[in-house]
Structure formats: C-alpha cells, structure tokens
Design a protein around this ligand. Structure first.
Ligand SMILES: [Zn+2]
Ligand SMILES: [Zn+2]
Length: 383
C-alpha cells in the first residue's frame, strides 16, 4: 500500500489536505486512544505506518523523491527509513488537537521517545510519583467535614537548578559520543536506525550535575499541605488531590496525592451507607405501653423519639434527615441520610420486691398474642 492510500488522499493532494488526513488518521489509530485492548497492537502498527507516510508526504523534498521514485524503490532504498516518532513537529499539533493547549507537551512527549517539538530537543521529562497519606477521622469529623494541614515528605523541584539537574555555575560541553546531535545513527542494510544517545540522554551536551540535588532534579522536603475533607466522607474512601504528589522530573507533571480515610468506630452510632443506626436500650414497660425517649444525634443535640406501643426487639424507628451528609462529587449539598433508632429491649436483671410482685401479676395473665399462636401449633404437633 503506498503512502497516499495509507493516509487516504489522492496523489495530487495539497500539503494542507495531507496534513488534515494525517491528523484524522493519527487520532483514529493513536494507541492511547484505542479503548479495545485487543486492537491496540494493530492500531500501534497502523499508527507507525501513518507516521512513516506523513514523514515523507509531509515533507516537500521527501515527497518529490517519493513521487519520482515510486513507493517500492523509495522504501527499498531507505529513503523513508526513519520509523521513529520524530516527524516534522506534527506530533505536537496532534496532541494539542487531542488534549487541548493546556496539556503539558513535555510530559507527553516523554512517553514517545522524548522528542520535544517546543525546543526541538529530547527531554527526559517524567511524571512524578503518586503519594498516599492515611488519615483517621472521628465520625463527628466525617459528618462536619474538616480542614487541616498535613505534613509529609515529598519530592519537590530543586531550587538550585530549577529542576534541570545541572550545575548552573558550570558550562555545557558538546557530547562527543553523538557529536552534539543527541542521536546515534546506525545503518543496517537498507534501514537507517536512530537511537537516543545514552551518554547525554539525547541532549547533545553534557554538564556537571547540580550540587544540591546531585543531578536528580528534585529534592525531598517536608511539605505542609492544606487538605479539605468534604462532609460525608466514608471509611475506606481515597480522596485524590491532583498534582500534590511528588514533583515531575525535568518539567513533567507532578503526581497525585491520595488521602486514604479511615473513620473510627463510634460509641453510639453505626454507619450504614449514609444512614446512622443508634441502638437504644428501651425498657419493657415502654416497649409494651409506648412512650417517648430522648435520643442523641450526630450533630450533638438530643431529640425526642416516639416508641409505639407493642414495639419489639430490633424494631427500627426512622428519624428522617438525621443521618450522615451524602457525599457528592458535585460541590453542593445533596442532603443527608436518615437515622434509625434500633430498639434493644432492656430486660431488668435486678428487681426490687415491689417490681417482682408486679411481674408475678403479669405472669398469671400470660396473654401475649404470639404465645397464643404458638400454643395452637404446639397442640397440633402433639397429636
Ligand atoms: Zn538541582
Ligand atoms: Zn550524546
């Protein structure tokens, strides 16, 4: 397949048409944008072919040579031999198309062989590592939200060299291995292969390391970070603070900081989703006759809750809107869960003689509805 049909343009296409077709094709086959894992390999191959085609057709001189020699003989002589990702700076345009202008070109170019079309140099830019911080909260704090400062060791950009790793007082000298080109070119049969120079990492020059960071571009620092814990965070949740992790290397973006939240067990409340359960000891008399109890809430106040006559152990009485705030990614209030007062029948164990007398009277009556039903079943069973 010749380069024109690879890009899907006619032989006489204008430079603009070729550029446009290249962008469309590159977007379509960019390995990072292909969701289907099984198709990634194929897309990568196709993407490289498209790169190779544009490398030739996007360059007027190469295109002329290609047109006069024809696809077969052109590719056999290695005229279009460079299969790397370094085509005419078209790459940068593609990324800006795909990700918008705000996207760090340096961070991205590193993933693709390190060519930076801003400066026309190789870069070793890399994203900083993500960090994790464990934070323990009381339930009251998860209810109300919290603002706090945390301290953690973190890699930051070295101030001595502004993050390039080079001693600012020393001079750069040309790399002799690659003669300042940053690349080693190898000729193998008909193919020209290029590699980044290992001695200068593609920079083309060498310079003494920064004394403060010893050329690592970053230094460790105890950082203080302001953290805002939103209302309603739940146990086990991880809050992501973008770009608050370790600094990137040589202009790469910083990593993220993850705040792993643990919510401590509470004496009075158990959390179920956004609902709170409060197990409340209720006397048998109130369970039988009904009554009003005073129940604590998570915001610290007391409220009155009505216990209906004939309540049983484990019954739950709903108090609407007194649960935990519902955590939302939207930055607005989405309301609260409910509180449930769970009845825990409080059977008395030490009785006064007066109380004992009262229970004895009840014993003689023995008219509980469930027991009556049970007695009927028992009768059938005995037959
Ligand atoms: Zn430094
Ligand atoms: Zn070199």
């Amino acid at each position: 397949m010749d380069y024109y049909s690879l890009l899907g343009v006619k032989k006489g296409a204008s430079a603009d048409e070729i550029k446009k077709a290249y962008r469309v094709a590159a977007k379509k086959y960019h390995p990072d944008l292909v969701r289907d894992e099984s198709k990634k390999e194929e897309a990568k191959k196709k993407f490289q072919e498209i790169q190779a085609a544009y490398d030739v057709l996007g360059d007027e001189k190469k295109r002329q040579a290609y047109d006069s020699m024809g696809h077969e003989s052109f590719t056999r002589t290695g005229g279009g031999g460079n299969y790397g990702f370094e085509s005419q700076g078209g790459f940068e345009d593609i990324f800006n198309d795909l990700f918008g202008r705000g996207f760090s070109s340096r961070g991205f170019s590193s993933a693709f062989g390190g060519f930076n079309s801003d400066s026309g140099e190789y870069s070793n830019a890399a994203r900083g590592e993500d960090l994790r911080y464990s934070l323990e909260l009381a339930l009251e704090e998860s209810f109300a939200g919290k603002e706090l400062k945390i301290q953690l060791p973190r890699m930051v950009v070295c101030k001595g060299c502004s993050g390039n790793g080079k001693d600012p007082e020393s001079k750069a000298i040309k790399c002799t291995t690659c003669n300042g080109t940053g690349r080693i070119v190898m000729q193998q049969m008909f193919l020209t292969l290029q590699q980044t120079c290992h001695d200068c990492h593609g920079r083309g020059n060498r310079q003494a390391d920064c004394k403060q960071c010893r050329g690592k571009c970053r230094v460790s620092e105890k950082s203080t970070i302001d953290v805002v814990i939103p209302k309603g965070v739940t146990d086990g949740i991880s809050l992501r603070m973008q770009r608050q992790g370790n600094a990137g290397i040589e202009g790469g973006p910083a990593g993220d900081l993850f705040i792993a939240v643990k919510v401590k067990k509470h004496d009075l409340f158990v959390v179920e989703n956004a609902n709170l359960i409060c197990s409340f000891p209720v006397s048998l008399a109130i369970a039988v006759l009904g009554g009003v109890i005073e129940v604590p809430t998570i915001d610290g106040s007391l409220i009155e809750v009505k216990i209906p006559a004939g309540s049983e152990n484990g019954d739950r009485i709903r108090v609407a809107g007194k649960g935990m705030p519902i955590l939302s990614s939207l930055k607005r209030d989405v309301g609260r869960g409910d509180m449930f007062v769970q009845i825990e029948l409080d059977v008395p164990t030490s009785l006064s003689s007066k109380e004992k007398e009262a229970w004895r009277i009840l014993l003689e009556e023995e008219n509980s509805p469930k027991y009556k039903k049970f007695k009927a079943k028992l009768k059938n069973y005995k037959k």
